[in-house]
Design a protein around this ligand. Structure first.
Ligand code: URA
Length: 261
């Protein structure tokens, strides 16, 4: 009896039975059915989903948006709503500008720091206090100048802004300059000089570049604009020896202003 049972099981195995129980009988002689073809409508839906993924905004979009701003208020609003720079996501708020709208001098720093991010105005922390003293030493104050940065949001941890972050914000900075239409620019530090100046100046270190007047072409300005690169006040706070050279640059700025009154 047991032998007969074993023979039957062996026969089942020979026929392909490899499981003891199945929910439904299975005819293994039939080939597996191919999956039904995907309908053209489904292919189309995959290729062009009804909710298209938004591409991140880049420098070209920034240039178009900036060019459409005809007032400083419009520029501020456009920047506040601009999603093409990831710094916006980590910053507390936009740090647009400080100072006069009809300024003769525009000072361009690097990026907002912790205090600027908290208050929403550029150069209000320790470097800003030194900048105020530097301006006062040549008879200026911030109500007479325009102060901006290469990027208007604080980079996390006060790191330097990346080339990509600067590039996507640059059209807004250029537009800011054309809307203010100053007589000259003061480029505070290496990052600002590199962001704005063309080669070969942009590839020259700030130690060699500082104090040397440069000319800059900005679309929308009536003529090339003179720019004076100089040390960043934050660098002067760390390197007292550089204050002497910085003082020479301030005197050069004062005499330029006297000659272009
Ligand atoms: N440093 C900058 O470059 N900009 C600021 O606004 C503050 C510190």
């Amino acid at each position: 009896m047991l032998n007969a049972l074993a023979d039957q099981i062996a026969l089942q195995i020979e026929w392909g039975a490899d499981e003891y129980l199945m929910d439904a009988p299975q005819d293994r002689r039939l080939a597996a059915k191919p999956p039904p073809p995907i309908s053209p409508a489904a292919v189309q839906a995959i290729r062009s989903p009804s909710r298209p993924t938004a591409l991140p905004l880049g420098p070209t979009d920034a240039a178009n948006i900036a060019a459409s701003c005809t007032t400083l208020d419009a520029l501020r609003q456009a920047l506040a709503g601009f999603t093409g720079c990831a710094l916006r996501d980590t910053a507390t708020q936009l740090v647009f500008a400080d100072g006069a709208e009809q300024a003769k001098i525009m000072l361009i720093g690097e990026a907002p720091g912790a205090e600027e991010d908290r208050i929403g105005r550029p150069f209000v922390g320790p470097a800003g206090l030194l900048l105020d003293k530097m301006l006062a030493s040549i008879g200026l104050d911030r109500s007479l100048v325009r102060i901006v940065n290469t990027v208007p949001w604080r980079p996390p941890g006060n790191r330097a802004p990346t080339d990509a972050e600067i590039a996507v914000c640059l059209p807004f900075l250029h537009r800011h300059i054309t809307l203010i239409n100053p007589a000259c620019l003061v480029l505070l530090g290496a990052i600002s000089a590199k962001a704005l100046l063309p080669a070969p100046a942009r590839n020259t270190g700030i130690t060699r570049l500082r104090g040397q007047w440069q000319k800059l072409e900005i679309q929308g300005l009536p003529a090339q604009i003179p720019c004076l690169p100089t040390f960043h006040p934050a660098y002067l706070l760390r390197s007292a020896a550089a204050k002497r050279e910085s003082w020479h640059d301030l005197l050069a700025l004062r005499s330029w202003l006297e000659n272009h009154a």
